[in-house]
Design a protein around this ligand. Structure first.
Ligand code: PRP
Ligand code: URA
Length: 209
């Protein structure tokens, strides 16, 4: 069963308020999404494995910990997931980045795939799928299905804002995938937008519409 973690850190909640505010323009929106992604990456990697190595400080020899587990991959769902990549790479600079292009058909709300390019050793990597919005969950479910078809085995999902419906949809379809979110909002509206949410994440990031 998926573990759902809401990362309700004061800095994240503060920044999410300004991300949600419709008066926040594209420049500040982009910077805030990057900052929140970096803060969330800290929590979403809390269980990474460590091993001890021996080093010598200027004072003496000592044993100290370094990351030991699987290498990592960050996989943004295009377009809006792109806004989260730089923040995550600040914390995990050695991660490789794959891309999955999906957009929601505005009539059916069903995700349509248009691009997929992943690191060739994706099967051996710890994958973090990133997308600011988990609304119906259709895009996340399809992206994770595609990743599994391409061999990925260790997958977690990180979203800034989610709906109860989206979380349920991912949990039902991918119970092996842990989910990290900054907020769980009230509901979806009749157009499949998260309420209160932040509007259209891609448009706000890239200034389209
Ligand atoms: C948004 C968002 C998610 C998806 C969430 O992308 O970035 O990928 O909607 O909705 P869902 O959970 O109901 O699938 P959108 O389809 O607007 O594409 P864009 O990022 O290219 O704007
Ligand atoms: N996609 C968005 O960008 N925002 C929503 O609220 C729902 C889907």
């Amino acid at each position: 069963m998926s573990k759902v973690t809401q990362i309700a850190h004061p800095l994240i909640l503060h920044k999410l308020t300004f991300i949600r505010d419709k008066e926040t323009g594209a420049k500040d929106f982009r910077e805030l999404v990057e900052e929140v992604s970096m803060l969330m990456a800290y929590e979403a990697t809390r269980d990474l494995q460590l091993r001890e190595i021996e080093i010598e400080t200027p004072i003496c020899k000592t044993k100290s910990k370094v990351l030991a587990g699987k290498k990592m991959a960050i996989v943004p769902i295009l377009r809006a997931g792109l806004g989260m990549v730089d923040g995550m790479l600040k914390l995990i600079p050695a991660a490789k980045v794959g891309h999955i292009g999906l957009y929601r058909d505005e009539e059916t709300l069903q995700p349509v795939e248009y691009f997929c390019k992943l690191p060739q050793d994706i099967a051996d990597r710890e994958v973090i799928v990133v997308d600011p919005m988990l609304a119906t969950g259709g895009s996340a479910v399809d992206a994770i299905t595609l990743l599994k078809q391409k061999g990925a085995r260790y997958i977690r999902l990180m979203c800034l804002i989610s709906s109860p419906e989206g979380i349920k949809h991912v949990m039902e379809n991918h119970p092996d995938v842990d989910i990290y979110v900054g907020a769980i909002d009230e509901k979806l509206n009749e157009n499949g937008y998260i309420v209160p949410g932040l509007g259209d994440a891609g448009d706000r990031l890239f200034g389209t519409k």
